[in-house]
Design a protein around this ligand. Structure first.
Ligand code: MCN
Length: 783
């Protein structure tokens, strides 16, 4: 591959040959001598006191090495599982240990572990454990959970309320007074199950005499896991190594330090042999955290010309049984719910509530899909109430290019963007005016076309260290090491931990551009805490804005040193050296040159470099930008609903996204494809349903409907490019953009299709049954 201009080139992902041929090495592919297998016995009750656990028969079973209960293990935990506070300083939460001791709080909570010579033996023995529970009334509804006489999950907290925090600015009462139009609407964010293709898995290997622990885990956050293995198990951090090998997707669901990561390590420590645990799908849907599960109530003040004066959203969050590590990150939605629009008042409130269900935590977008759904539904509700076209309502309220950098009512500053340009481009691609004419025609024929917009903005690239520390307690930055070898090949170590995003390709492109080393000669390594300094891992579409830029900066530092060495070798002044395409030469005399390979050799022959200079050609960067990055775009869904069956067909899906400069446009499009599909899944298909006893009723892939390619249209993608001013590559994130944008676009389209039936809202997922009911109520008039 030619070297020049790798950034911006749609080269194929180097990860894919191994992934599509089944050659990737996941946790379950890693074997070790004398490995024992762990099975986790999980609570079958949603809320109960543990009266007794009899492990006698399990211990006698064939192949069993050991059986442990919560009582056995509790003394070994030096600390509970970590919780970040994230935006809600008044948050109350219980201590959460990796295994239940006296009480269980959700179906799927670990109650005992069996370690045996095989996975089958461990599972069989697990069935021989006799657990007696005293059932307690379960709480499975957000609103009921905070009623006065609701059963309290965590008695020490006094109620099921974790936090009730206000996020307000401007005078909402004045906005309501000034308004011609006041609207109240409840919007539901149903509970979702992340469903990564690879379930979780852990292999822990504790070496007694060295007091060293190695953990292979299917995680997004090996660096965080390392810290918490050390803290919880009392092993020096320097003696803990965590490796995230190939990770088959996460979508936020592998962002926690999970009970099983601690339990395998502790079992290995106690037994002196490696212990492996691989989650099956049945466990995965209960034991890996869920997403969303929120109710949003909003009050809107608007003028009759479509100007939005203010909104008053209340976000009711179902935390599930515990405060999960990054669970309250979803409150970020409240901070960005102003969207791409100007308004005078914002009066928000976030209320976190415990229920007897699987804990919720970050799921692709974490807070931002909720915020975007809210504000994009608000725009359509205002359009509907005022009769102003949804496009015009958006135009009227947009933050303008000349307002950038724009500071929101709650004090966040957007970095750049012209939202009208992306909207115009999308409208042109979809032929909006033509579609509206077609819609009117079709309605006359009893056919129901709907057009839905979503002009989203997103906060990502977490983040500036100070801002993230203030908001979440965790200081976030990007990390890279660029190391040139003796032969002129390069190793790039990154602090991010990809699990499908293609960092090995895109970061090689970044380093290649700066150093002029072919991408094939650049190895990008990640996900092993033993190979480099601490990293801040992957979530919040942060990696490119942080670690990708850190790669650029490290490569620039290496280039600077290479120029110094070249000047010495060429006996020229340093200021006269030009570095291009892997060669350093004297300005105006390109023949007087040395290649990066020659410079690398000299760098390790320290007698050949300038006096006082250290050998080697390596640089490390901890990159702390001045702001987050703010991608944006306009998505338009065109749907048709079938009056016979209620089925929604997406006829077209047009998306114009602006993610700043793109390192690899094909990778960006791939991220958008996956993201849009996931958001459509929320809009039309997916919902985790619990019954009143707290049992998950959608516990298999038969009941929990994830969209397939056959359910999706061809995505028509285009881009505008507004470089971010806060990082040298000018990049913004893209990993969640599609998911954030697509659910409201599709629901706005479905509601638009159903407008002749008087429908103003439909809850997600907009299943055929719901659509049919709305069309056929009151004898088919819908009204
Ligand atoms: N990229 C680019 N140019 C840009 C922005 C990004 O070329 N301007 C490329 C990047 O270099 C990277 C990819 O696009 O290869 C995504 O980058 P980024 O937006 O920085 O997101 P992260 O790498 O931090 O990934 C996290 C993000 C999140 S939060 C979720 S959830 C998610 C996602 O990525 N989960 C995924 N994408 C996923 N993709 C897969 N296959 N599997 C998941 O679990």
């Amino acid at each position: 591959m030619a070297i020049s201009q790798m950034v911006g080139a749609s080269i194929k992902r180097r990860e894919d040959p191994r992934l599509v041929t089944g050659s990737g090495r996941y946790v379950d592919d890693i074997s070790q001598t004398a490995v024992a297998h762990m099975h986790v016995v999980r609570s079958t009750e949603a809320h109960a006191r543990i009266l007794s656990i009899d492990t006698t028969r399990a211990k006698e079973a064939d192949g069993v090495v050991a059986v442990f209960t919560g009582k056995d293990l509790k003394p070994d935990f030096g600390a509970p599982l970590p919780v970040t506070v994230c935006f809600v300083p008044d948050k109350k939460y219980p201590e959460h240990y990796p295994i239940a001791v006296d009480k269980v709080y959700y179906v799927g909570e670990p109650v005992a572990i069996v370690v045996a010579s095989s996975r089958a033996a461990a599972e069989d023995a697990g069935e021989r454990i006799d657990i007696r529970y005293e059932s307690l009334p379960p709480v499975t509804d957000i609103e009921k959970a905070i009623e006065k006489d609701a059963p309290v999950l965590h008695e020490g907290l006094g109620s099921n309320l974790s936090y009730d925090t206000k996020f307000s600015a401007g005078d909402m009462e004045a906005a309501l007074k000034e308004a011609d139009v006041r609207i109240k609407q409840r919007l539901i964010q149903q509970r979702l199950i992340p469903i990564a293709i690879e379930t979780r898995g852990v292999l822990a290997d504790y070496r007694r005499f060295e007091n060293k622990l190695t953990v292979y885990s299917s995680t997004q956050i090996p660096h965080f896991v390392k810290v918490w293995e050390a803290v919880i198990l009392g092993i020096p951090e320097s003696n803990v190594r965590v490796v995230a090998p190939e990770v088959g997707g996460g979508f936020g669901s592998k962002i926690r330090v999970y009970p099983e990561e601690i339990l395998t390590a502790l079992a290995s420590k106690k037994l002196g042999r490696p212990v492996k645990w691989i989650e099956d799908r049945n466990e995965n849907v209960k034991a890996t955290h869920h997403g969303r599960s929120q109710i949003w109530d909003v009050e809107i003040a608007a003028k009759k010309d479509g100007t939005v004066l203010g909104i008053r959203p209340t976000q009711w969050l179902d935390l599930g049984a515990y405060c999960s590590q990054f669970g309250t990150f979803q409150v970020l939605g409240m901070l960005v719910a102003q969207g791409a629009y100007k308004m005078k008042a914002f009066d928000g409130r976030a209320v976190g509530v415990f229920t007897n269900r699987t804990p919720t935590d970050a799921y692709r977008g974490a807070g931002r899909p909720e915020a975007t759904y809210l504000i994009e539904r608000v725009m359509d509700l205002v359009a509907r109430e005022t009769g102003v076209d949804p496009v015009e309502v958006r135009r009227k309220n947009f933050v303008r290019a000349e307002d950038q950098p724009f500071t929101t009512l709650l004090g966040l500053t957007y970095d750049s963007g012209d939202y009208t340009v992306t909207l115009n481009k999308a409208l042109e691609m979809v032929d909006y005016k033509g579609l509206r004419r077609e819609q009117a025609e079709k309605r006359k024929q009893g056919k129901y076309l709907g057009i839905g917009l979503s002009t989203y903005i997103e906060i990502c690239g977490l983040g500036p260290a100070a801002a993230t520390q203030a908001a979440t307690g965790v200081s976030l930055w990007g990390m890279s090491v660029v190391n040139i070898h003796f032969t002129g090949k390069a190793t790039v170590i990154i602090g991010s931990s990809p699990h499908g995003q293609g960092h090995e390709t895109t970061y090689a492109q970044v380093a290649s551009d700066v150093l002029g080393i072919p991408v094939e000669d650049i190895d990008v390594v990640h996900g092993d805490t033993a190979i480099g300094p601490m990293g801040m891992d992957t979530y919040g579409s942060r990696s490119t804005a942080l670690d990708g830029n850190a790669v650029h900066i490290s490569a620039m530092k290496v280039q600077e040193k290479a120029k110094k060495i070249a000047a010495h070798l060429l006996e020229a002044a340093e200021g006269d050296i030009v570095y291009e395409n892997g060669k350093a030469f004297v300005k105006g005399t390109p023949s007087k040159a040395v290649t990066i390979q020659e410079i690398a050799v000299a760098a390790f022959q320290t007698n050949r470099i300038p006096k006082g200079m250290e050998g080697g050609l390596e640089a490390t960067t901890f990159f702390d930008p001045s702001n987050f990055v703010w991608p944006f775009g306009a998505h338009i869904a065109v749907v048709e609903v079938d009056p016979e069956t209620g089925a929604t067909k997406i006829l077209r899906y047009v998306a114009v996204d602006d993610v700043g400069n793109r390192i690899n446009p094909m990778v960006v499009d791939g991220q958008l494809h996956g993201g849009i599909a996931q958001g459509i899944g929320q809009a039309l298909f997916e919902e985790a349903v619990y019954d009143e006893a707290g049992q998950l009723r959608t516990g298999s892939m038969v009941d929990y409907l994830v969209p397939t390619a056959a359910d999706l249209p061809t995505f028509e993608l285009a881009a505008t490019v507004t470089p971010s001013p806060v990082n040298p590559l000018g990049t913004k994130g893209v990993g969640e953009a599609g998911t954030i944008a697509s659910s409201p676009a599709v629901i706005n389209a479905v509601v638009d299709a159903l407008a002749p039936f008087g429908v103003k809202d439909i809850t997600m997922p907009a299943t055929p049954e719901k659509v049919w009911q709305l069309m056929h109520r009151n004898g088919g008039t819908g009204r």
